[in-house]
Design a binder for this molecule. Structure first.
Ligand code: ADP
Ligand code: MG
Length: 482
């Protein structure tokens, strides 16, 4: 905390705040919502920041007010406040925009986020969730009430997981789904779904002790407990919960000691009929460096996967998010975004939010042009390595043919075309040698790859439809690797 230094400037205060904020939210959100903010002044512990529009102000208030409040308290100490200065467009035409000041909505709100941790377990059990630097409170279930079943859109991609989750929420510990393991790639809704289960359980029975924790946090808490010789307290604390939701268990890979302690807790909870819910970014059988006996436990109940949402589900998700935010966008824009972002839901949301932010910042209507512009920026940011496997999968999905076909000897026209296009992208977007590329396509030699690249180049010049396909694919590959 740097509060007692009266010489602190608003810039340095905001700089400190930014550091904390950026550690706590995704990079894309930080860029979208916090980069455009300018610190204006700091007086009597009131920090005034300038935001580009009313919309920004509302968004920050709606989504980040708790984080801002805690951050400010950490940096400036108790009693600190935030004020916004909003640039407002002057509707009377030419004169320059003026600004208005707005306070934060819940300045005086209590920091204590509600104590659901039962206190009758004896004061000698330490709660590992106490965050140093912030007020020492027994924190609640760690559930975010925004994640519910109601706003978890159902589609083919999540039907089994969702209904199993619902069953567990209705009868925690009382179904065959114990543990319930939800797995799937990043941004496909694992956290949302398991949080929804937790929230639903609390709605049905507020006395149930539900605890949501990420495996990473659990791991850190365990390491701390070893350092402080409080491992017994740590284990006792966990043994006390009725419903344990452990997010992203792939974090346990290679962490033998943590796995051991989790194994103990798992057994204890399971034996006493408590519900365990796990998520993982891959199927249990594909988890690496997890002890066999723990893996066996993971497989005891039900494993259900979350897949990539199809086009209609993507539209439904976008429409719901817009409804919740109270914004509208022309159908063609919604379709454009749903069409172009087909990887995961987090990116889908990211694209929508970035559209809203740009439209607000530049005071432009959200239309197809703006959407296209935004998509270009999305593509430009592409940084990740692209693999040949990934290219093959994306191209084959696009033409709806099985990936094995492009690796086979088949000379069927559509397969040849998909194979050549995949080779073309492999040459264009990876550092692989021609020989190496050939090896991914049923061990073809380098001259085949050269031929494929030439053919694709030629066809792009002469065949409009072909060119459109390749351009579309190019865009999809780039977006998927954001
Ligand atoms: P994961 O934990 O799998 O990485 P998240 O649960 O964080 O993914 O989901 C990413 C974002 O997508 C969240 O904002 C979540 O609310 C949203 N989301 C995921 N699945 C759905 C769905 N079926 N309906 C509505 N929103 C969803
Ligand atoms: Mg998650």
């Amino acid at each position: 905390m740097i509060a007692h230094d009266t010489s602190i400037t608003c810039e340095s205060a905001w700089h400190e705040c930014s550091k904390i904020i950026s550690d706590n939210i995704p990079e894309q959100s930080f860029k979208t919502w916090f980069h455009p903010i300018k610190p204006l002044k700091l007086e009597n512990k009131i920090l005034t920041i300038q935001v580009p529009s009313q919309f920004f102000y509302e968004w920050l208030e709606e989504h980040y007010v708790d984080l801002l409040r805690k951050t400010l308290k950490t940096v400036l100490g108790p009693g600190s406040r935030l004020e916004y200065n909003i640039i407002v467009e002057n509707s009377k035409g030419s004169s320059s925009p003026y600004t208005v000041n707005m306070p934060t909505s819940n300045v005086g709100k209590n920091d204590n986020i509600g104590v659901t941790m039962p206190l009758n377990i004896g004061n000698n059990i330490k709660n590992p969730f106490i965050i140093p630097g912030l007020r020492k409170v027994n924190i609640d279930s760690n559930l975010n009430s925004n994640y519910t079943f109601d706003n978890f859109i159902e589609g083919d991609c999540n039907r089994l997981a969702r209904s199993a989750g619902y069953a567990v929420a209705t009868k925690p510990g009382g179904t065959a789904f114990n543990p319930l393991m939800i797995f799937g790639g990043v941004g496909l809704g694992k956290t949302h779904l398991v949080q929804a289960i937790g929230n639903q359980i609390k709605v049905n029975n507020k006395n149930k002790v539900v605890l949501y924790v990420s495996a990473e946090k659990f791991l850190n808490q365990f390491v701390d407990s070893v350092k402080n010789t409080t491992t017994n307290d740590f284990v006792n604390f966990y043994n006390y919960v009725d419903v344990l939701i452990m997010d992203d268990v792939q974090f346990f890979s290679g962490r033998g000691k943590t796995q051991e302690i989790f194994f103990q807790i798992f057994n204890q909870l399971h034996q006493t009929g408590k519900q365990i819910i796990l998520t993982s970014d891959r199927a249990p059988k594909d988890l690496k460096d997890i002890e066999e006996r723990l893996l066996t436990r993971f497989k005891w109940g039900l494993s259900a996967d979350l897949g990539t949402p199809d086009f209609d589900t993507r539209i439904a998700i976008l429409e719901q998010k817009m409804y919740n935010e109270g914004v509208t966008m022309p159908n063609e824009v919604v379709e454009y975004v749903a069409h172009n972002i087909n990887t995961n839901i987090r990116e889908l949301e990211g694209a929508m939010i970035s559209l809203l932010a740009q439209s607000s910042m530049n005071r432009k209507e959200i239309d197809l042009d703006l959407a296209k512009q935004m998509m270009k920026n999305f593509v430009k940011n592409s940084t990740k390595e692209i693999s040949i496997d990934f290219i093959q999968k994306l191209v084959c999905d696009y033409f709806t043919i099985p990936v094995e076909h492009v690796k086979s000897k088949t000379r069927k026209r559509e397969v040849v075309q998909a194979r050549q296009i995949s080779m073309y992208f492999a040459k264009d977007l990876t550092k692989a040698s021609l020989k190496n590329i050939g090896s991914y396509f049923g061990n073809r030699d380098h001259s085949t790859v050269i031929h494929a690249c030439q053919t694709v180049n030629d066809l792009m010049e002469t065949d409009k439809r072909f060119r459109a396909d390749v351009e579309e694919l190019s865009k999809r590959i780039k977006i998927s690797t954001l």
